[in-house]
Design a protein around this ligand. Sequence first.
Ligand code: AMP
Ligand code: ZN
Length: 461
Amino acid sequence: MPLRLYDTWSRSTREFTPIRPEQVGMYCCGPTVYDHAHIGNLRTYVFEDVLRRALALNGYTVRHVVNITDVGHLVSDADEGEDKMEKGSRRTGESAWTIAQRYTEAFMSDWRALNLLEPTIWCRATDHIAGQIDFIAEIERNGYTYLTDDGVYFDTSRQDDYGYLARLDVAGLQAGKRVAQGEKRNVTDFALWKFSPPGTTRQMEWDSPWGRGFPGWHIECSAMSAEYLGPWFDFHCGGEDHIPVHHSNEIAQTQACHGTRLANFWMHGHFLVLDAGKMSKSSGDFVRLQTLIDRGNDPLAYRYLCLSAHYRSSLRFNMEALDAAQAALDRLRRSYVQWPRGGTPDAQSVARFKEEVDQDLNLPRALAVLWDVVRSDLPAATRRATVDRFDAVLGLGLADWNGDAFAIPAEIAALADERERARAAKQWNEADRLRDALAAAGWNVEDSVNGQVLRPLGKTK
Ligand code: AMP
Ligand code: ZN
């Protein structure tokens, strides 16, 4: 079965075929590093990681690019207010550069804790200022810009299909505009380059053909994606909030410069919400991965929770849901460590699992296939080999887990398998005999909903 994915541009689930078979290009909008990431942000990166792993399952090699926004993202997505980095600097009294460095490192540590695959390329906006200036100059040469007192703006009225990704009603927005738009000609126009305010020096500013200042927020993604993936690549991803402004503007810029809409597939993860409502980085009141670790959860339990909801439905987060995910992960690990190595994956289960993944990343259904295998009467070594295949997509790091693992000798695993088969056939006397044989060899066996759990006698954990 081919891989089918939902594309926001066409509003449909389409079969994926790569632009260049040897390498799939994937660009994911990364964090604005003026504060820690919250678990909502991280949900989006888990979704993107699963997409990448699903592509690998289908035999593709992926060139995965993630940017770090360390300049130019203003407090309002509509080019007003302070730069988030400079605001972060006022909050902590440190330089914007120090803050960017600190939160980039914190972000990467969350990334590793969630077992997200390392991108092929991390790229920082401030390392690519010259490329962004060139990109703006090309848009200018093509006649899509105008100058105001505070910067170079993109004239969205020059494009008939501006905002198509979001199905924006541009005329309606223009007629109903309530906010002052300053010198902007159209309510949807946006800054490509902003001037440093007269008489002030910003911490982050650069010379440009138009004057000293800094790039608008959207230009970095158009410029860096073209630099690393070319102007037409396979996937552009982000959270659903990016559809109406950030991604619509990236498309406008790249259309004006290269005549493409960047990516063949535009994919968006839906939001994580709290019982109380939306979680937002700018309100300062949010849950971090470290918050979950501090209360005793494994970060991978949060990953498991993300997998249990489809990426195109919102995920309501609360601690009960997290604890349920933690319990499921614990059960899975305890079963897994009991199974000996050396088996061959069960082809039928692997095919069922792949079918769910290939249907627009239906991870909740793929997890159901996983639990069917855990509870099945397949030989333990087969279960292990099969679950290893699944974990290449799930990314729960089962093979690396050694929290309270016991090495189970092959002959003990074989006795346990025999006992499981006896129980399945309701041969209770035989099952009891095998329990005694296990005990004689120093192993205790308990029956749980997920199958047998083996422990060396005298150990309780
Ligand atoms: P930011 O650091 O604000 O630029 O956002 C980083 C990523 O997180 C972007 O892809 C956003 O779309 C995404 N995002 C922001 N809030 C949430 C949320 N509550 N749930 C899921 N994704 C989010
Ligand atoms: Zn972006």
